[in-house]
Design a protein around this ligand. Structure first.
Ligand SMILES: [Fe+2]
Ligand SMILES: [Fe+2]
Length: 348
């Protein structure tokens, strides 16, 4: 079956290649030690699961609302533009918006697959390599489950520009600590929050099963960052530590900028509007109107904020936010959240 016949709208480019920049390191010392890492590796082995055994893939999705999400979660819900849409047009908006978000989950997981494999090559310790190999297998499974799910939606969009830039910077970083920060702390922090939040709102049984399995794996990936990266940063020369802190800042700032209301719109998301039959100018007008009307979707209480609850506390904990970096965050208007409670809850 060709890609064209399976997906209503094929992705813009069939592949993307990034030239390698990190060193592949062999280690001849196999003695144990690093118990926490070996513990995480052991957990990784014990918690492997088969997607075709645990998940019943026979469920069909509602073509008018595949993820069965409330309309209130759509950005322009409640605006005149939304209220004027026919039932069929609303169904088209839901399908395209959901396909866009799922596509980001799917491509992000492929990014995680590549970075976990890169970590297997680049980390200096044998125990770290064993752990990273289990993460590589986890990420393969995550790509598989989201790819299967999105085939049922029959619609896939390209990777968003900001996510692509972050993965590019991470995979072209010159040392493994940066790769682990870019992926295990920042991108996975975003993924963990998105998956957790999706689980709070979707009643779609198939998606819930997928999210529950993926979330269990992801919590190990976040824990890896804190166990391993903290030691490595503490052992670094001060200049190298600043270099790592600058890298973390660059990525956090890039992601924050992409989420701002006045951010340059993502061309992929613009095509979501076009394919949904929503005029781009109408869309932005509605967003602005809703922002001033004060009528906003009240999300469930226990939603996780990726920067506040996961990314920033994780970066602070490993020492990737130096005093100098704090000044940069301050100047950029990005709070340095330090409360680790939610992060630790996920790791448990
Ligand atoms: Fe993953
Ligand atoms: Fe992961």
């Amino acid at each position: 079956m060709s890609t064209e016949s399976r997906y209503a709208r094929p992705i813009e480019e069939p592949s993307w290649s990034i030239p390698g920049t990190f060193d592949t390191v062999f280690k001849w010392e196999y003695a144990d030690g690093r118990d926490a890492l070996m513990g995480l590796y052991e957990k990784g082995k014990n918690q492997q699961w088969n997607t075709n055994v645990r998940i019943d893939w026979s469920q069909d999705l509602d073509p008018e609302n595949p993820q069965e999400l409330p309309d209130e979660s759509i950005t322009i819900f409640g605006s005149d533009v939304w209220n004027r849409l026919t039932r069929q047009e609303k169904a088209a908006v839901r399908r395209h918006v959901q396909a866009w978000q799922l596509s980001q989950f799917l491509h992000g997981e492929q990014g995680a697959l590549m970075t976990a494999a890169a970590l297997t090559h680049a980390v200096p310790d044998y125990q770290g390599k064993l752990y990273a190999a289990t993460q590589t297998m986890d990420e393969a499974r995550h790509v598989e489950v989201y790819a299967k799910y999105i085939q049922k939606v029959a619609l896939v969009y390209p990777m968003g520009v900001a996510l692509k830039r972050v993965i590019d910077l991470t995979l072209t970083a010159n040392n493994w600590v940066k790769i682990a920060i870019g992926m295990n702390m920042i991108v996975e922090g975003l993924a963990l929050a998105s998956f957790h939040n999706m689980l709070q709102v979707t009643p779609c049984q198939l998606l819930r099963k997928i999210l529950q399995g993926v979330l269990r794996d992801e919590s190990r990936h976040v824990a890896f960052g804190s166990i391993y990266v903290g030691d490595a940063i503490a052992a670094m020369h001060a200049d190298d530590r600043e270099d790592v802190a600058d890298f973390a800042f660059t990525i956090v700032e890039l992601m924050r900028r992409a989420r701002r209301r006045d951010a340059e719109p993502d061309p992929g998301f613009m095509s979501v509007l076009d394919n949904s039959g929503i005029d781009r100018a109408d869309f932005w007008k509605s967003v602005a109107e809703l922002a001033t009307s004060g009528e906003r979707f009240q999300p469930p209480r226990d939603l996780v904020h990726p920067f506040k609850h996961l990314m920033m506390p994780a970066l602070v904990r490993v020492g990737a936010v130096t005093e100098r970096a704090r000044e940069r965050y301050k100047a950029a208007g990005i709070p340095v959240w330090e409360d680790k409670q939610m992060l630790e809850r996920f790791e448990e």
